[in-house]
Design a protein around this ligand. Structure first.
Ligand code: IPE
Ligand code: MG
Length: 226
């Protein structure tokens, strides 16, 4: 969900106004992907590196996330029995108040058909280190891909088919490093607060036009070799 700051700057507004506009964009995005039949969506809300931002911006983001969970996420899960939320990342660095709110939202429902993962104090490298340490603590002396996958914060969700980055930057920024090994990537210049219906339709058309081979061959190419 990149581009909130630039969206605000272009309008002569403070960055925090961009984050507020970004939060407003979330509900429609989730709704649209559900209409497309996407059962698992992961939103990158705050990375392990975002603590480097000025404390005022970090505080504003944390308060905004708290309010969003309290006023939007929890009521929505209560209202809609198809939805549940999981927070992925290291919750230990969050304030007690925010951590408790996140856990309250998670515990409202588990295993519903539509899962929204919110990456909060999330880093892909941090997740891999955490997974290895958890496996060791459970007595594993050696790990495999299957074992490590079970220790990832995302063990309840499949690997993503598609990763979309808004804001136009071509980098992964420590997002789902383990899980995105064979994901399709789309980088769009649209800033996150503007990422709505039209932008999503474009992304989905692009995704469906991709041929995924997962390191193998297209079935028709394999046939012509025979
Ligand atoms: C939102 O966009 C990402 C969050 C950490 C919430 P940015 O704040 O990174 O916006 P830009 O990249 O400065 O435009
Ligand atoms: Mg950014």
């Amino acid at each position: 969900m990149d581009g909130n700051g630039r969206w605000a700057k272009r309008r002569g507004l403070p960055r925090t106004e961009g984050h507020k506009a970004g939060a407003k964009a979330v509900a429609e995005v989730i709704k649209m992907f559900r209409e497309y039949g996407v059962h698992h969506i992961t939103l990158y809300a705050f990375s392990t590196e975002n603590w480097k931002r000025p404390p005022e911006e970090v505080d504003a983001l944390m308060s905004l996330i708290y309010r969003y969970v309290d006023k939007v996420v929890i009521p929505e899960i209560k209202k809609n029995d198809q939805l549940c939320v999981r927070f992925i990342g290291d919750k230990s660095r969050l304030s007690d108040k925010l951590r408790k709110k996140c856990i309250e939202a998670e515990e409202l429902a588990v295993g519903r058909p539509f899962v929204c993962n919110v990456a909060l104090n999330y880093g892909g490298r941090d997740e891999i280190v955490h997974a290895v340490n958890s496996a060791l603590a459970d007595g594993h002396t050696e790990v495999s891909e299957e074992i490590l996958s079970k220790y990832m914060y995302t063990s309840h969700s499949p690997d993503p088919d598609l990763v979309i980055r808004t804001g136009g930057d071509f980098r992964i920024s420590n997002f789902l490093l383990w899980q995105s090994a064979y994901s399709e990537f789309i980088i769009t210049d649209t800033m996150w607060p503007d990422f709505g219906r039209a932008a999503i339709e474009k992304c989905m058309a692009e995704f469906y036009s991709r041929r995924r081979r997962f390191g193998g061959l297209d079935p028709e190419d394999a046939e012509s070799e025979e």
